[in-house]
Design a protein around this ligand. Sequence first.
Ligand code: C2E
Ligand code: MG
Ligand code: MG
Length: 694
Amino acid sequence: MREKKPQTGTAVIAGRAEPDTPDIAGGRLIPADRLKTAIWVFDIDHSRVLVANAAACDLWQAKTEEELCQRDFSKDMSASVSNRLKQYQRDFADRDAEFSEMWTLYPGGKPTSVLVILRGCPLADGRIAMQCEVVGVADDEPDNLRSAEALLHTDVMVVLYAQIGQPLYMNPAARNAATHAEQTISEKFVSPDDFDLMLSHVEQSGEHRLVAHVNTGTGPRWHDITIKKCSDAATGKPAILMTAIDVSELKIARDKARYLADRDQLTGCYNRTYLQHHMALLAQYQTGRCALLCFDVDRFKQINDKLGHEMGDIVLKEIASRAIRAIRRNDIIVRHGGDEFVIVFENVPSAANFTAKIDALLAEIAKPIIHDATRVNVSVSMGVSIFTPGTVEFTAVMREADIALYASKQDGRNRATFFTAEMGVQANTRDLVETELKHAVENREFVLHFQPRLNLLTGRVVSVEGLVRWQHPQRGLIMPGEFITICEETGMIEDLGHLVLELGCTQAIEWQQSGLEIELSLNISPRQFDDARLLKTLERFSQHPDFPYGRIELEITENVLIGDHDLIKKKLAAIFRMGYRIAIDDFGTGYSNLSYISRFPLNCLKIDQSFIAQLPKSGPIISLVLTLGKQIGARVVAEGVETRAQLDWLCAQRCDEVQGYYLSRPIPVDHLRATISELNAKMSFLGTRKRPQH
Ligand code: C2E
Ligand code: MG
Ligand code: MG
């Protein structure tokens, strides 16, 4: 199809006066039958010939014009040809356009190829018909005929542009997609950047291929475009040949798949895989200072436990969207897992500016989250590592931010900490301990020391607390303060706790077998309480024939009792049934809501040593705990008793039991019997002492 400037004086055939045939507007009669060239008028709307001269009848192998006019061409017309003719009809109406096409006709089954000029032909009823004029018999080389035909029918869009960008030729598929028949190459591209990029590539290498967003008659679409420099076959002048296929559906599907692959489904943030990809990209193109910020939600487990996972999800989504609103276009936010997020900032401004920005983000996130009737106060802890892409490994940057985040947690949460070299050294030491601990747990390098607990009414040792110590092959005995937290954070506490239970229960069974009537209390960490193995191990020991029923006490902390009440109740009931007792350790330092006290059956409250150390100032609080203990039928033990004065005060207040350095430090099992005997003798005066009456 070649468009020409509209010509004036176009020949029009005389209209026929049949009643159902539309008249050709202003039909001027010309002696068409004398023309050697075939010419006819085609009604595009009804797929019928309206008028035809003798040469046209010959061409179509019709005996008469009437016979030709009665033929229904719609039967043999494909949808694409029909669409193309409709497009021509619109172009005729808009611009008085003229086209030429190579046609292969099959009037009697034998192909005849002709070059036809197509022009608009207004009808009296206002519609536009198409005047077809054969201007020559086409080259009958089969390959040429086939390629011309293929060009007409293919879905591939082919356009030849003059070097200035005007179209010289568009095949029907290209014309169909174009916004208008003269759409230039630059008008095709939605983004001028794509156009410029394409031009520069074509200039450099003569060709280019890209998937670009393009303007089409049906709105913006995605085309896979190939562009080549060439010459116009008709004029020999430089030209540009563009072939394109519509890949919109594929591109949208691919983008969607990419979105799903790169994003976290809950929050819409990027995911870990994308973070790695992004950091690798940064290393290639970014030379300015960047920052990687890690943050996690403070006490997120409690939000989940207390308000349910659905609310937990709402909190995560809200925090993510607050963070997304606060970052710039090039910065990215990633959900790194659970309640942990990462933000990568590019081109970090001056330190002061950046700190202010982070403080603002902290404040924004800390605003209450209100959902239905629930109001949740959240905060996050942040760790920041400043880095120059390309000079440091991604894992190293992540580690620095993580170390800084850990420091934020240690310092009281709800804050941001910037990584320093000193923090790095401390973390390395910690890592070393962690590695050593792993081996230590595997090699069972732990022992229990026992600290006696004295009954103030009888003056006798009734119980001992088993406290774990690490027997380090080089460093000697290491106290739990150095390793329990690491074990809790890394999950090793589950294995260590299991080992302590084995050591403790075995010891208690041994005492029972040897006739030593003493109770034993063992510390259970919150994480260990959640470990499914706990009940199994307890059950195993409880079935031993010499199990000291009712004489092993498990010390748990207050926060263990927050969460799914039914589950905790069931667990505690199972523990009681097996013959163990429950004590609350470090009582008064944890959860301020005491409702759990009446909800669960408890045997013992161990007042935290910090209250004893603050006597007599803390006297009223201790008195309160003593009353509470009496009311729920639990023994009250004062921990950390270091002086005679503290002991006397507790005695006077009718505290049940005491434990502390004043009586004995935790000691190895070998010295225990002797120490107990000594203590019983030393403290026997308590049993005979007259106690104040309340
Ligand atoms: P805890 O369970 O509250 O144990 C009491 C701690 O206070 C012990 O420290 C004990 O040595 C110390 N203590 C006792 N009397 C006094 C005193 O008069 N003054 C002072 N200043 N301290 C006293 P230890 O053995 O270093 O244990 C520290 C903590 O480590 C324990 O606190 C407990 O929370 C944890 N822990 C110890 N053994 C285990 C264990 O086997 N499993 C778990 N999960 N935690 C354990
Ligand atoms: Mg304890
Ligand atoms: Mg304690």
